[in-house]
Structures are given as structure tokens and as C-alpha cells.
Ligand binder design. Structure first.
Ligand code: PMP
Length: 405
């Protein structure tokens, strides 16, 4: 029977053909250890349901454990009743609600910046900010381990990008010293690195930025709710808010929603409002997402004990993994990379842990450099010590079984 499908070997889709031909992926699927797109049929909480099995969630970015909070769900329901399900337009035209502006105001206060602009995802923030502000003559200095969205923003900008070694201020200094003194420069970094879990060496970076007259942009996706006063991020953690010109944040992690923002001086933010394409030409955050982020933000500020618990949970898990003999690298945060250093073994480890009721994320290149494959464990404020101890028991058992410890 002829089908209506188009032929599968169009030259245009060469990359797709090559992807399909990769034997590794097939082998991973055949071995039953393919770890991606696992279907969860419950809320994102400390325990989730996968294929009818209850598993302990140690792979969520919901650091404050707010994604299933009844107060936030209530706020979302109220917003949907009042504003409907979508805004049907961009912020620039018909898509600005009073609650968008309210969220921007409260964020500006928290971040101690003049103004804030919301985008519909954090990825769009990084794309939209860097590509809009960096001109042809400008230089970007970027950490090699920066998030893919920062790298995409750099690629989309007409300026030149210079990479420096991960969190290595000597490497950054070397790069800066070789650039023309008159060229405008921006240093773009993650505050907390999303896979490695280490914190940017901001005090040294600020010194260099001052020496070479460079602007700083920090991606605080994994720092919000984790570091700083009221969870306001990396710059606050180091007492350097006035020295970091632009701070990016997302609502898809601690703030239990979807969307992102950029905080900075009012001139830059106003420029972005009118020139940043992912902002001007994409629909605004939905009412439900805004209401969730606003409610989560208020809870983050009024319940500092959540952040304290997150750190207590992190300390317990980290200590347990280290004393079991696992290697965790330079992490300083609730992101704990367990080094396996082999792709198939990482997938097998992940699969066996899931069989034993523990969900973690396997990260292989390009998420990490080749040879640095990890299981990425991330903690939430709402994990109990009993859950953490159960996870540690399983890690130890499977780690021994696979010869990792
Ligand atoms: N920056 C970093 C460091 C991230 O980890 C992520 C999300 N993985 C983003 C930006 C993008 O954020 P969002 O999920 O809101 O698109």
C-alpha cells in the first residue's frame, strides 16, 4: 500500500539521515537503557510516577520544591479564570497584562536593578539579549562551559566571541589582554554552571572587568532560590550586585513556572523592549505562567527556610556520595555531578537506578566535554532525609554492581 509519507532521503535533510545512521543510539535503545523523554504521569515533586512505578525524583530543577505547591496552583487557577489561557500576542502589541508588569516590578526590587523585562523562556532571554545588544565591533568573552542558550545568543550576535577556559580567571585575563583596548567588551557567564555545579569566581571576574572596562552578564538560572539574599542569585551572594550589569533568570527552576527575565539598567532594558526579536516577535508569557512565577517569587522571599533546607539536603547527599567513593568534581551547589566518564555506563547506571526507584539525569557530550560523562543529581528543599538516605543506599548498591565505586 502506498503511503502519503514523503521520501526519507532528501539531500536537504542530510543531518537527519546521518543521525538515523548512528549505530550508538540504536545500540542504546536495543540495550533498553535509552534514558531520554521518559514519560512522567504525575506532578513534578520529590516522588513521581513513571510507567506506574513511583520513583524518587533527583533530577528536577525545582530547587525550592514549589512546582506542586497548593498556593501556587490556586494562584494559577485564579489567573486563568480572570485572564484566560493565553495572551494571543507579543508583549509589544496586545500581549502585556498588568500581572506581567507587576512581576517585573517585584523582580526589579528583588534583584536591586532599575528595570526588568520578561521573556517567554529563559532560552529566549539569552538569545534575545546578547544578539540585540552586541554590535559588529564588540567582543564577547564567554566561559567554555556556558549554557547552550548563551552560546546560541553569542552565535546570533554580529560581534566576535572569545572563549576562555572554564571558570579560569587566568585564561580570561589572557583573552582580555589580547583584545584592542578600545573595543567594547561583554563577559558572559553562568552564575552556577548547570552541569558542573560550581559557582563563577565573580570577585576575580569583576576585578578583571573593571581593569579592562568590560560589561558583565550573568545567567542566574541555577542560582535563583539557591544563592544570595532571598535567593536573588550569584551577584548578591558575593555582594557584587552593582558590579554585574545584566542578570538573567528563569522561572523554569526554583520559580516553578515557565519564562525568564533580564534585569539591568533602565536604558538597556528599554532598548531591549523595542529591539530584542524573541521579545517583540514572540507571544508573551501565559497568564498561568505569570501567576505561578509571581506566587513562587513571593514564597521564595517569605520562606527563607526553604533555601536553608535545600542546603542541608545538599550537604547530606554530597557527603553520602563522597563517602561511598563517588567523584563529584568541583560542585559547590545542589547540583551534584557524579562522574562516570563513559556514555554506555552512564546510561546503564541511570537505568538501573530507575529500576531501583531513583530518577537522575544522564549527561553526555555536548552537555559535558567528551570523557566527562556524568549522572546529574539535583536536590530539592522538599526532599526528606529519609528519601536522601534511600537514594544513597541505591547509589551505593548500583555503583558497586557496575564497578563505578
Ligand atoms: N540558562 C541555563 C544555565 C539553563 O540551565 C537553562 C535551562 N536549562 C536556561 C538558561 C534556559 O532556561 P529556560 O528553561 O527558561 O528556557
Amino acid at each position: 500500500m502506498p503511503t502519503s509519507h514523503a521520501p526519507s532521503s532528501l539531500p536537504l535533510f542530510d543531518k537527519v539521515r546521518k543521525f538515523r545512521a548512528v549505530g550508538d543510539l540504536q545500540a542504546v535503545r536495543e540495550a533498553g537503557i535509552y534514558p531520554y523523554f521518559r514519560e512522567i504521569s504525575s506532578a513534578q515533586d520529590t516522588e513521581v510516577i513513571i510507567n506506574g512505578q513511583q520513583v524518587l525524583m533527583l533530577g528536577s530543577n525545582s530547587y525550592l520544591g514549589l512546582t506542586n505547591d497548593p498556593r501556587i496552583k490556586e494562584a494559577v487557577c485564579e489567573a486563568v479564570q480572570k485572564y484566560g489561557s493565553g495572551c494571543a500576542g507579543s508583549r509589544f502589541l496586545n500581549g502585556t497584562l498588568d500581572i506581567h508588569v507587576q512581576l517585573e516590578r517585584e523582580l526589579a526590587q528583588l534583584m536591586k536593578k532599575e528595570d526588568v523585562l520578561l521573556y517567554s523562556t529563559g532560552f529566549q532571554v539569552n538569545l534575545g539579549v546578547i544578539s540585540a545588544i552586541v554590535g559588529r565591533e564588540d567582543c564577547i568573552l564567554a566561559d567554555r562551559a556556558n549554557h547552550a542558550s548563551l552560546a546560541a545568543g553569542c552565535q546570533m550576535s554580529p560581534g566576535k566571541t572569545f572563549l576562555f577556559s572554564h571558570n579560569d580567571m587566568t585564561s580570561l585575563a589572557r583573552r582580555l589582554a589580547h583584545l584592542p583596548p578600545e573595543a567594547p567588551k561583554i563577559i558572559v557567564v553562568d552564575g552556577v554552571f548547570s552541569m558542573e555545579g560550581d559557582i563563577i569566581k565573580l570577585p576575580e571576574l569583576v576585578k578583571l572587568a573593571k581593569q579592562y572596562d568590560a560589561v558583565i552578564m550573568v545567567d542566574d538560572a541555577h542560582s535563583l532560590g539557591v544563592l544570595g539574599e532571598h535567593g536573588s542569585g550569584t551577584a548578591s551572594h558575593f555582594g557584587l550586585v552593582d558590579d554585574v550589569h545584566l542578570i538573567m533568570g528563569t522561572f523554569s527552576k526554583s520559580l516553578a513556572s515557565l519564562g525568564g527575565f533580564i534585569a539591568g539598567d533602565s536604558d538597556t532594558i528599554d532598548y531591549l523592549r523595542h529591539h530584542s526579536r524573541p521579545l517583540v516577535f514572540s507571544a508573551s508569557m501565559s497568564p498561568a505562567n505569570v501567576a505561578a512565577a509571581l506566587a513562587a517569587l513571593r514564597i521564595m522571599i517569605s520562606e527563607p527556610e526553604r533555601m536553608q533546607q535545600l542546603w542541608a539536603n545538599t550537604a547530606r547527599m554530597k557527603q553520602g556520595l563522597l563517602s561511598a567513593g563517588f567523584t563529584l568534581g568541583a560542585t559547590e551547589t545542589p547540583i551534584l555531578p557524579v562522574y562516570v566518564r563513559d556514555t554506555m555506563k552512564t546510561f546503564a547506571f541511570c537505568r538501573r537506578l530507575q529500576d531501583e526507584g531513583v530518577f537522575v539525569n544522564p549527561v553526555i557530550p555536548p552537555g559535558v566535554p567528551p570523557g566527562e560523562e556524568i549522572l546529574r543529581v539535583s536536590l530539592m528543599a522538599t526532599h526528606t532525609f529519609a528519601q536522601i538516605d534511600r537514594a544513597l543506599e541505591k547509589f551505593q548498591m548500583v555503583g558497586k554492581e557496575l564497578g563505578i565505586i
